[in-house]
Design a protein around this ligand. Structure first.
Ligand code: FAD
Ligand code: MLT
Ligand code: ZN
Length: 476
């Protein structure tokens, strides 16, 4: 599958179809959208296309398909695997969903929102809340990540523990396929068993099988009451034992359970103004806990407080605090959600987004850290995140004082190979929620089974025979 660079005649036709608001070839406009969030991968694009709706999207895809020109779909460009960055050779065009930002409908009766691909997650949260509802998926990039990107990466975030990843919340999808045809799967039906599920195929496809233009999404009643707590613990094992104890004591109330090593907390305190340790003493590990209850139900803080007190009594936790109000609750969440930013400010890291069976996670964190720090002296492992999902961000930071770019060039790949080999040996996945994109493509090709790769290539060839959709991503 080889594509062709965009010719001037194609660019003229695209500009005519999209108009001045939907087309720019100005490098100054395009440049910010050609580098990934971490500033590590840079591409080129002759033009940035911003269709206003599905019809314009279909027309421009058909024109690019006819010309054999590649397209990189882009939402908020917050991908952690540079999935929305065009190739450096300028052979692809960026197709942004930034102008497809309508929330077409919200139905309390059906518990469904229909949102266009460019809708930013935080805006969907606000629109649902205004109707006494909620969209139960959140992540630190909620201010930029878009519905199309979240579906295409099957994003996880901090509420997977109770509601699953994006795939579990998508009821229907409207999309433009690589030939420009329009897939009208925007059903709000809870059950629809008509053959292969294109909705599930496009979810997690990372823009390689088509462009999502809208989706129908599950909504739940708004949270009635929430309790947010922070606990200090001796180990990841104690953290997992605490989670199971809290689940037993509070039933379905626990929505988030985020593991934070003290190194990560200290990094946030150092780099993010206004951050401070929620507990008096020092603890090697911490967890951020959120429990919720519907309106009218007992305050989840009561059961959570009792269970935390018992855990401290039993020596499982060293200390704990429950936020007294929403402001304190938000401040605790900020400590967790600012880890990525603090890590980025602090320097470079070989970042990993791995999952292993939940019960194996505590042992994995400690043994993998020991092996990696033995093989690569003075690196600093930061393992944080979604413990209850069996998913942590096992990030390996360069030794203090070592120039980041040089370390990334010389050592990071070897570090990642080791982390991924340890993950696979533990029965895990090298991508829990961020996807493969381009930064994990080589590792995916190295570690995935031939049958998996062959099936994936067959699906890609069937739906995108010209290979114009997001080349160089996900499909080795
Ligand atoms: P983009 O980055 O623009 O694109 C992502 C991928 O989707 C690309 O392959 C792109 O081609 C494709 N794509 C985008 N829009 C469309 C479309 N309409 N149709 C088809 N393909 C499309 N991720 C998690 O899962 N969990 C987390 O907890 C989490 N936390 C994060 C915290 C921070 C601070 C940051 C910066 C990122 C985090 N991420 C997390 C990663 C990122 O936010 C997610 O991958 C998110 O889903 C990307 O959405 P986006 O709109 O930015 O997509
Ligand atoms: C998170 O959970 O904070 C994200 O996935 C981001 C990261 O891995 O840095
Ligand atoms: Zn995460």
């Amino acid at each position: 599958m080889t594509t062709s660079p965009p010719e001037p005649v194609l660019l003229e036709r695209l500009a005519a179809r999209l108009g001045p608001r939907g087309f720019t070839a100005d490098p100054v406009d395009i440049e910010p959208w050609t580098v990934d969030w971490r500033g590590r991968v840079r591409g080129q694009a002759a033009a940035l296309l911003s269709p206003a709706d599905a019809a314009e999207t279909a027309d421009v895809v058909a024109m690019c398909a006819a010309a054999g020109v590649a397209i990189v779909p882009q939402g908020g460009n917050t991908s952690m695997v540079a999935g929305a960055i065009p190739p450096a050779d300028g052979s692809a065009l960026i197709l942004s969903t930034r102008r497809m930002r309508a929330i077409r409908s919200i139905s309390a009766a059906d518990g469904v929102a229909v949102a266009e691909a460019g809708v930013v997650l935080a805006d969907l949260h606000a629109a649902a809340e205004a109707e006494g509802l909620r969209f139960p998926l959140s992540l630190a990039a909620k201010g930029s990540a878009t519905i199309g990107g979240l579906i295409s990466t099957n994003a996880g975030g901090t509420q997977v523990l109770r509601f699953g990843p994006m795939r579990a919340l998508v009821l229907g999808i409207e999309a433009v396929l690589p030939d420009g045809s329009r897939f009208d799967g925007l059903t709000a039906l809870r059950k629809d068993n008509r053959g292969y599920d294109l909705r599930q195929l496009l979810a997690g496809a990372e823009g390689t099988l088509g462009i999502i233009t809208a989706a129908s999404l599950r909504l739940l009643p708004a949270i009635g009451r929430r309790a947010v707590a922070w606990a200090g613990l001796p180990s990841p094992e104690a953290a997992l034992a605490l989670l199971r104890r809290l689940e037993a004591a509070t039933g379905e109330a626990i929505e988030s359970f985020e593991l934070v090593p003290d190194d990560a907390l200290q990094l946030v305190i150092r780099h993010i103004p206004g951050s401070r340790n929620p507990l008096a003493g020092a603890h090697p590990w911490h967890v951020l806990i959120e429990a919720t209850a519907p309106a009218g139900a007992p305050d989840p803080a009561d059961a959570l407080g009792t269970a935390l007190g018992a855990a401290i009594e039993a020596g499982l936790a060293g200390d704990a605090v429950i936020a007294a109000n929403e402001k304190q609750a938000d401040a605790l969440w900020q400590l967790r959600e600012n880890i990525s930013e603090a890590e980025r400010i602090d320097g470079v890291a070989a970042k990993h987004d791995v999952s292993v069976p939940v019960s194996a996670m505590p042992g994995f964190i400690l043994s993998a850290r020991k092996e990696v720090e033995a093989r690569f002296p003075d690196v600093r492992v930061l393992a944080f995140g979604h413990l209850g999902d069996g998913n942590v961000h096992f990030n390996v930071r360069a030794p203090a004082g070592v120039a980041g770019p040089a370390w990334l060039a010389d050592t990071a790949a070897a570090v990642s190979r080791m982390v991924h080999d340890l993950t696979v040996a533990a029965g895990g996945s090298i991508s829990a929620e961020h996807g493969i994109g381009q930064t994990k493509l080589a590792e995916y090709a190295r570690l995935a089974s031939p049958a998996r790769l062959a099936a994936q290539r067959a699906i890609k060839a069937a739906l995108d025979p010209k290979g114009i959709m997001n080349p160089g991503k996900l499909v080795p």
